[in-house]
Design a binder for this molecule. Structure first.
Ligand code: SF4
Length: 335
């Protein structure tokens, strides 16, 4: 490093040297972050079930989690970054709640059910001011628009992630004997809470307990449960093609398509899916608010910030709907 005295440098030289330093610094930050993320990807021994994994539908996966943790695939660095973001934001969310007067207590207390062999580390409890009652609190920061659209337990049950979180907090309630929980979803894009109150469901709790007993029986006999017969679950499973090699079938009559344009469109769809969902959610929310009183709609002109909004009311023609065939397609990126 040739450190010339600052006064002997021309303005161009100083800019060039500073810019080189900025480029080195930019590379160093990205590289260190990359190493930092990879350094935290570890496989740790698992000796009991985890409440946070109980939402996975495949019994065999939960069996291998314990029997074959050594051969489990490490998490993808992108997924590790999501975990890191969640963990970092959890502390921030706790601080915001505290500022609002809602303190999380008994944070990160380890819970263990001896009979079921289920361990848990809940985010903690929270006190409702009026009654003084202590409730289970589960914090999740997310930008999953579908999950963030949930408002009730029934909504959670319809959503893949919501269902998992419902199962998780049910096990926390079972372990603590607390009769209700609040799932605090923190919208990481719009930075606001979506809070869903959840009552303890004894029937679901017993179903989960039965599942644990069944799994423990398999574990004691060294006899894995059957395959799930759902290739989508298997492709995301850390035991796939490792401890578990399920017979994969694409079903009778699957055709291989070779349309490059369609493939490019599917790839682009995957890239912008999250943005699209966010757009649709906002679009529906904004239109809903701007339509005003739907029972008594009125024309109008509104101004907000730089936006000029026109509302015009018209008549919609009525048609008789003809019966047609419905065609439903779903897709998922599997490799
Ligand atoms: S690969 Fe499939 S069947 Fe095997 S444990 Fe995983 S999800 Fe279950």
């Amino acid at each position: 490093m040739n450190a010339l005295p600052a006064e002997s440098l021309t303005a161009e030289q100083r800019i060039a040297m500073d810019f080189e330093a900025a480029e080195r610094l930019a590379d160093a930050i990205v590289e260190r972050h990359h190493d930092d993320v990879r350094g935290r990807i570890t496989i740790s021994p698992q000796t009991h079930h985890r409440a946070s994994s109980f939402g996975y539908p495949c019994d065999r996966r939960l069996y291998h989690d314990i029997k074959d943790w050594q051969t489990k695939a490490p998490v993808d660095p992108q997924v590790q970054q999501y975990f890191d973001r969640g963990n970092d934001q959890e502390g921030i969310i706790e601080r915001i709640l505290s500022r609002l007067g809602f303190r999380i207590i008994s944070s990160q207390v380890a819970l263990y059910d001896e009979e079921l062999r289920i361990g848990a580390r809940s985010d903690g409890n929270i006190v409702e001011h009026e009654s003084g009652r202590v409730l289970v609190a589960e914090l999740k920061s997310t930008d999953n628009a579908k999950l963030l659209a949930c408002r009730t337990v029934d909504d959670l049950r319809q959503d893949k992630w919501g269902k998992r979180y419902h199962i998780q907090v049910t096990l926390y309630m079972r372990a603590t004997g607390i009769g209700a929980a609040v799932l605090i979803l923190w919208d990481a894009s719009n930075w606001r809470p979506v809070v869903i109150p959840i009552p303890y469901d004894p029937i679901l709790s017993e179903q989960l307990a039965d599942r644990a007993r069944r799994l423990n029986d398999h574990l004691d006999r060294n006899d894995p449960p059957g395959y799930i017969n759902d290739s989508r679950e298997c492709r995301h499973c850390p035991h796939f093609a490792r401890a578990c090699s399920p017979p994969m079938s694409f079903g009778v009559g699957a055709q291989i398509l070779t349309d490059e344009e369609l493939l490019a469109e599917l790839e682009r769809h995957t890239e912008i899916e999250a943005i699209g969902k966010e757009f649709n959610r906002l679009d529906a929310a904004i239109k809903g608010r701007l339509k005003g009183d739907k029972a008594n709609p009125q024309d109008g002109l509104f101004i907000i910030g730089p936006y000029e909004i026109h509302r015009s009311v018209g008549d919609r023609k009525g048609y008789t709907v003809q019966a047609t065939k419905t065609i439903k397609v779903e897709w998922e990126k599997v490799a």
